[in-house]
Design a protein around this ligand. Structure first.
Ligand code: NDP
Length: 300
């Protein structure tokens, strides 16, 4: 895997197109994430930096526990120190916000990550907004997302930023491409569309009220699905030669983790495709580490 400098950002070239083959090139998010984490570690060691991430968890959601443990491992791999704060399910919103305010002024802590979902008595928006803009490494604050629209930002949300790295790893230029994003959430779909637009793509956003989804997705040179619906994107909905990025994390009827895309069918038509697991998920985590390092430099 080679790395090159494109504009201001480093681009990792992961995949080599195999145009004469029938199957798509699989974009290996695990390998690319490792490369990014290795670079983060190198920078931290070379510059002798002390970087800290605080992770706040409310309640006992088992999936959240797994995510928090994974993030702790990522921090260890990168040389970032991590501190976990775990509240019981009954913790009040005021208690959580009081901790965040304390972390906002703690010089040892560069990034604050609030693991979601929250118990229903806690308002996600209010809690996200209480994180300092300089420590908003998940990029969930409304102004952080808004800054993407005007192309002037400190942090990019980890999942769409990870998707952009995967797209860049193909070496295919984004400018001028027809891009379709399925999903319009504030944390994935909308920022994803803005980031593609910022790279001069022609972008269409689809959602549950889109009339003929296949009609739109078949136009996509780059298709990003973030709907959270297993089997939503069939092979017939994919343009030949497309880049297909599957953000979805679902369970199939056997309880196995799967994305939104029919991987087998779509990989016969696409030039590049991400697997689930092993595609976008590890990239989201790597980009969180990158944002934490960025936070350190923004605070220096
Ligand atoms: P949300 O539920 O907030 O948003 C889902 C979006 O998909 C909505 O905009 C919804 O439309 C749209 N949608 C749902 N069904 C359809 C359909 N049949 N046709 C077209 N659009 C549809 O989810 P998130 O954005 O938070 O997450 C999306 C998926 O990505 C989930 O599976 C989640 O687990 C996964 N995810 C994965 C991450 C990773 O690191 N790999 C990180 C974050 C999320 P409408 O707005 O009209 O309801």
């Amino acid at each position: 895997m080679a790395a090159k400098i494109q504009g201001k950002c480093q681009v990792y070239l992961l995949a080599v197109p195999k145009r004469c083959m029938l199957m798509a090139e699989i974009l290996d998010g695990v390998a690319l994430a490792k490369r990014i984490k290795d670079d983060i570690k190198k920078e931290i060691v070379q510059k002798n930096l002390e970087v800290g991430l605080a992770v706040v968890l409310v309640g006992n959601d088992p999936a959240s526990r797994i995510y928090v443990n994974n993030k702790k491992k990522d921090c260890e791999e990168c040389g970032i120190s991590s501190v976990e704060y775990i509240f019981s399910e009954s913790a009040s919103q005021e208690e959580v916000i009081a901790l965040i305010q304390r972390l906002n002024s703690d010089k040892q802590i560069n990034g604050i990550l609030i693991q979601q979902p929250f118990p229903s008595h806690i308002d996600v928006f209010t809690v996200n907004e209480s994180v300092s803009p300089l420590k908003d490494v998940d990029a969930f604050r409304a102004d952080t997302v808004g800054r993407i629209a005007v192309g002037s930002y400190g942090f990019l949300p980890c999942t769409p930023a990870g998707v952009m790295e995967l797209i860049h790893s193909t070496g295919v230029p984004v400018a001028g491409k027809e891009c379709v994003v399925v999903g319009r959430s504030n944390i994935v779909g909308k920022p994803m569309a803005l980031m593609l637009l910022n790279e001069s793509a022609t972008v269409t956003i689809c959602h549950s009220r889109t009339r003929d989804l296949g009609d739109v997705t078949r136009r996509a040179d780059i298709l990003v699905s973030a709907a959270g619906r297993a089997g939503l994107i069939t092979a017939e909905m994919v343009k030949k030669g497309a880049i297909v990025i599957d953000v979805g994390m679902n369970r199939d009827k056997n309880g196995r983790l799967c994305g939104d895309v029919d991987f087998e069918g779509a990989s016969k038509k696409a030039d590049y495709i991400t697997p689930v697991p092993g595609g976008v998920g590890p990239m989201t985590r790597a980009l969180l580490m990158k944002n934490t390092l960025t936070a350190k430099s923004l605070q220096s």
